[in-house]
Design a protein around this ligand. Structure first.
Ligand SMILES: *[C@@H]1O[C@H](CO)[C@@H](O)[C@H](O)[C@H]1NC(C)=O
Ligand SMILES: *[C@@H]1O[C@H](CO)[C@@H](O)[C@H](O)[C@H]1NC(C)=O
Ligand SMILES: *[C@@H]1O[C@H](CO)[C@@H](O)[C@H](O)[C@H]1NC(C)=O
Ligand SMILES: *[C@@H]1O[C@H](CO)[C@@H](O)[C@H](O)[C@H]1NC(C)=O
Ligand SMILES: *[C@@H]1O[C@H](CO)[C@@H](O)[C@H](O)[C@H]1NC(C)=O
Ligand SMILES: *[C@@H]1O[C@H](CO)[C@@H](O)[C@H](O)[C@H]1NC(C)=O
Ligand SMILES: *[C@@H]1O[C@H](CO)[C@@H](O)[C@H](O)[C@H]1NC(C)=O
Ligand SMILES: *[C@@H]1O[C@H](CO)[C@@H](O)[C@H](O)[C@H]1NC(C)=O
Ligand SMILES: *[C@@H]1O[C@H](CO)[C@@H](O)[C@H](O)[C@H]1NC(C)=O
Ligand SMILES: *[C@@H]1O[C@H](CO)[C@@H](O)[C@H](O)[C@H]1NC(C)=O
Ligand SMILES: *[C@@H]1O[C@H](CO)[C@@H](O)[C@H](O)[C@H]1NC(C)=O
Ligand SMILES: *[C@@H]1O[C@H](CO)[C@@H](O)[C@H](O)[C@H]1NC(C)=O
Length: 778
């Protein structure tokens, strides 16, 4: 009994083709029939040929599949009986055969009717690829005649949204259109540290299953004619092959060359690719190990290392040593030295002049190399060392690096600090006019030039005793940027010497500064004023010459030095940070300075010196100190914001105090320099208490014209005050632009008790509490 098993399919059901396929393969063949779709598959027919079809692409062989219906099945017999349609055309069952390529109906032009029960698919030049071709039988003819090849069926007429009648699957074929095994071009082998070997290759795409197997033969007699296969089937599975000392066959370390044969195989044919592989040029060694520092100097380091397994490598090794010091900034490339043991073995030969590369020595299992020309003494260096076979080509066969960090030996400092003709300050004692304190300034050297521990600067001058013995006088105090010498004579000029020094000794060279006697000293420039712009790091400096300073003449060059000092702390009048300077012609009285690497957080102070150098009549500029004189430095005395509203009186202090009046003094130099001052307004009132700074009563004010203030040198007396009362005082400038200037920081002053007399305060200390104006003035 034959069970009629078929499934009607509908194209609208989601996975009809999958179902068709499943149906075809799962049906059990219960009857012997003349045409079948392979053993074990029960269907209404079959294809010729059956099963997989393999074709070579471009060979000219067409793809031909004949789909034959089994005429003894009920379905086919019914169809044979009822052979006409509404148009009275004769219909064979074979007209109802439809071919699919994967999910698409094959266009009609490729299909021909053979006889009543057979139709043939013929594609002359099938494209390369793997495809499944199905043939089905259309049952519901009337409803879907459009789908049959009888009418214009083009498979591609719509995208599957149309209704297809019920079909029964007949048979299917897998079709492979591909190539013969290709020659492999991308074949590479790499040995890790001369202890194993791994080969890889890429195979080109081929729809036809193709396998490659790798064989090798050792060259020469050792190899003979026998090709040895890969230890595992990884060549077939993964296109790679691996050998080491534990594989069978084993990795053959001592052979410089291998002959490889790569056999490709598929149903269309075989191919063999031969490679003569240069084993020793394709070794990537492990990184150098046991790197140690044998000895260092301030500019060189002797390194020792070993290379493990590679020690016995019969060919030369090349080393790349890279290093970088703590002073090399980060984007800078590493310094690099290439060294090789080729060179040493060669250098003993007569033609050693040919080899100027660095020589490296070898002792048993250790290699030695002296890296020279390191720039920085007492600096930390990072070293990286790479090794590769001298036979390797290209830069990709270097080992991973071995690392070592070391410090070079210290040396004496590289240089003394820089000084300028005017980088000193001479302050005559108020008490003893024959004595002065001298400050010597210099430009700090870079940290990378200090070259050792216990770095410091040393400054001294020498004097000669009556016995012609010279005595060294060191500075009384010394700092990062200056040294102080106390109680020097005002009537003698001094030659100061400045050295850099560390644990290893003094710098070879030294700097000098000549400080003339007070009578020889050039007059100082006056009123150095700093104008601050919104643009950061730009300052305009202006000054006045002392009046007696003459402009340059034929035999005398007069010029200024402008100094600026970068202080981390706000330390007035002493520079202890990095100092720099520039020279300005004697005819100038204004100059813009732009500070490199300006840092808002730092405090920049400025100074100026007037200098003169006598020119020797024959035209050479002599630096002989007796020909050079300077005023020494004068620090800036005032800062002006180039911004009218931000301007205020800076320096206000109390110079006289009694129970009923007080004398107020302020610095008119700076404010007056703007040339815009209209008048000064002094505001004052008694406050509620020393702790509560609210006005207790009316605000009093006093106005002083610019001329009056200038005549008195910035002084006014506030009278009719209450004894034992705390007053708050502030000065404002009204300018020609703006009658309401900014108030100075307010001073709090308590008058003396009755009968307290009065006190002159030469330089009223700033201990007086100052409060911000905003707390006080409405
Ligand atoms: C089909 O053929 C039959 C018998 O020859 C005839 O009776 C019938 O009219 C035809 N039908 C058409 C639509 O031509
Ligand atoms: C139809 O053609 C196929 C293929 O050529 C053949 O196997 C089959 O016997 C033919 N059927 C008839 C009825 O001639
Ligand atoms: C050869 O191999 C390299 C790296 O694996 C790859 O980039 C390249 O495309 C390959 N060439 C061919 C022809 O397969
Ligand atoms: C060299 O280094 C290896 C591992 O890095 C270590 O096992 C060995 O003891 C070292 N040899 C010497 C002599 O330092
Ligand atoms: C290092 O080198 C110096 C000078 O070349 C030598 O005096 C010293 O003995 C060496 N030290 C070692 C440990 O080799
Ligand atoms: C060069 O080699 C010879 C022997 O090969 C040896 O006697 C000689 O000392 C070597 N010269 C130098 C400079 O190493
Ligand atoms: C390394 O080279 C430097 C400079 O040529 C030399 O001063 C130093 O002594 C050498 N070091 C050793 C250990 O030979
Ligand atoms: C300073 O040194 C210069 C030259 O070095 C010399 O001509 C001059 O006399 C010295 N002056 C003093 C005061 O030692
Ligand atoms: C110091 O000043 C000179 C002259 O103005 C300038 O060229 C130089 O770049 C400055 N150096 C530093 C570190 O600011
Ligand atoms: C200094 O720079 C400021 C701002 O760039 C500019 O207005 C001024 O004219 C300059 N002064 C001099 C003397 O160049
Ligand atoms: C210029 O004069 C100085 C000393 O007066 C002398 O040492 C130098 O040689 C002279 N130079 C020339 C070019 O005459
Ligand atoms: C002037 O300076 C003050 C305070 O620094 C600032 O608030 C104001 O915007 C500045 N005015 C101009 C015109 O730059």
């Amino acid at each position: 009994m034959v069970r009629q098993l078929f499934t009607t399919i509908n194209r609208r059901s989601l996975s009809s083709l999958t179902m068709l396929c499943t149906t075809l393969t799962l049906l059990i063949d219960l009857a012997n029939s003349s045409v079948s779709c392979g053993s074990g598959i029960k269907s209404v027919g079959g294809t010729v040929p059956t099963g997989d079809i393999i074709l070579e692409y471009g060979s000219g062989v067409p793809l031909e599949i004949t789909c034959i219906l089994q005429s003894d099945t009920i379905i086919v017999q019914n169809l044979l009986r009822d052979r006409t349609d509404s148009c009275n055309k004769t219909k064979f069952p074979s007209h109802r055969i439809i071919f699919y390529k994967n999910a698409e109906i094959v266009p009609r032009q490729y299909v021909s009717i053979v006889n009543a029960t057979a139709a043939q698919l013929r594609i002359p030049n099938p494209p390369a690829g793997q495809d499944t071709y199905y043939c089905t039988l259309l049952l519901d003819y009337e409803r879907s005649k459009n789908e049959s090849y009888e009418d214009e069926v083009t498979g591609s007429n719509t995208n599957g949204s149309h209704l297809l009648g019920s079909q029964v699957g007949v048979c299917l074929n897998r079709v492979y259109v591909g190539y013969k095994p290709a020659i492999v071009r991308n074949f590479t082998c790499i040995s890790e540290n001369w202890a194993n070997l791994r080969c890889n290759w890429n195979i080109s795409e081929n729809p036809i299953k193709t396998t490659y197997s790798l064989l090798f033969r050792l060259p020469g007699r050792a190899g003979g004619r026998i090709f040895i296969s890969c230890p595992t089937d990884s060549d077939i599975r993964e296109n790679s092959c691996y050998w080491d000392f534990n594989t069978t066959p084993m990795y053959r370390q001592p052979y410089e060359f291998y002959d490889f044969r790569l056999n490709g195989q598929n149903v269309l044919g075989n191919s063999s690719t031969f490679f003569n592989f240069h084993h020793y040029a394709n070794i990537i060694p492990a990184s150098p190990i046991n790197i140690t520092v044998v000895n260092t100097t301030e500019s060189s380091v002797m390194l020792r290392w070993s290379v493990g397994t590679m020690t016995n490598f019969p060919r030369e090794l090349i080393y790349k040593i890279e290093y970088k010091s703590q002073w090399d900034s980060n984007p800078e490339p590493w310094h690099s030295v290439i060294t090789s043991d080729v060179v040493c073995s060669m250098s003993n030969q007569t033609n050693s002049f040919l080899y100027t590369m660095n020589c490296q020595e070898r002792n048993d299992d250790y290699y030695y190399f002296n890296v020279t020309d390191l720039k920085y003494p007492s600096a930390n260096y990072d070293f990286r060392m790479y090794v590769r076979s001298s036979l390797a080509r290209g830069e990709d066969k270097w080992s991973l690096p071995g690392y070592i960090t070391l410090k070079t030996k210290p040396s004496i400092p590289r240089r003394p600090p820089r000084t300028d003709i005017g980088s000193f300050e001479s302050l005559t004692s108020r008490i003893d006019k024959s004595k002065r304190n001298v400050f010597i300034y210099w430009q700090q050297i870079d940290d990378s030039e200090k070259c050792g521990d216990l770095f410091e600067y040393r400054a001294y001058y020498t004097s000669t005793t009556e016995q012609n013995k010279s005595i060294i006088h060191y500075s009384n105090e010394i700092y990062e940027s200056y040294a102080k010498f106390q109680e020097l004579s005002t009537s003698v000029g001094y030659n100061f010497t400045v050295y850099s020094s560390n644990k290893e000794g003094l710098s070879t060279e030294y700097s000098t500064i000549y400080v003339p006697s007070e009578s020889q000293r050039i007059e100082k420039p006056l009123l150095l004023t700093k104008m601050v712009f919104d643009q950061q790091g730009v300052f305009e400096l202006s000054w006045k010459n002392s009046g007696t300073t003459e402009s340059s003449t034929a035999d005398e060059l007069n010029y200024y030095t402008l100094f600026w000092c970068e202080n981390v702390n706000h330390l007035p009048y002493k520079c202890n940070g990095y100092m720099n300077w520039t020279h300005v012609p004697g005819s100038e009285f204004r100059c813009n300075v732009t500070i490199l690497n300006y840092n808002v957080k730092n405090h920049y102070q400025f100074a100026i010196s007037a200098n003169s150098r006598r020119l020797i009549s024959n035209g050479t500029n002599s630096h002989n100190q007796s020909n050079c004189k300077s005023s020494g430095m004068v620090w800036e005395s005032c800062t002006i914001q180039n911004n009218i509203t931000a301007r205020k009186v800076d320096n206000v202090w109390v110079s006289v105090i009694s129970s009923t009046f007080l004398g107020l003094r302020w610095n008119i130099d700076c404010t007056d320099r703007i040339g815009l001052v209209g008048e000064y307004q002094i505001f004052y009132c008694a406050v509620v208490s020393a702790k509560n700074h609210i006005c207790n009563g009316t605000m009093l004010s006093k106005i002083m014209s610019r001329e009056a203030a200038k005549k008195d040198g910035g002084f006014t007396l506030l009278t009719n005050l209450e004894p034992n009362t705390t007053y708050i005082v502030s000065i404002a400038i009204s300018t020609n632009y703006d009658s309401k200037g900014i108030h100075s920081d307010a001073l709090l002053i308590t008058t003396l008790g009755l009968g307290g007399g009065w006190y002159l305060k030469q330089e009223y200390p700033t201990y007086m509490q100052q409060i911000m104006k905003h707390n006080f003035y409405p």
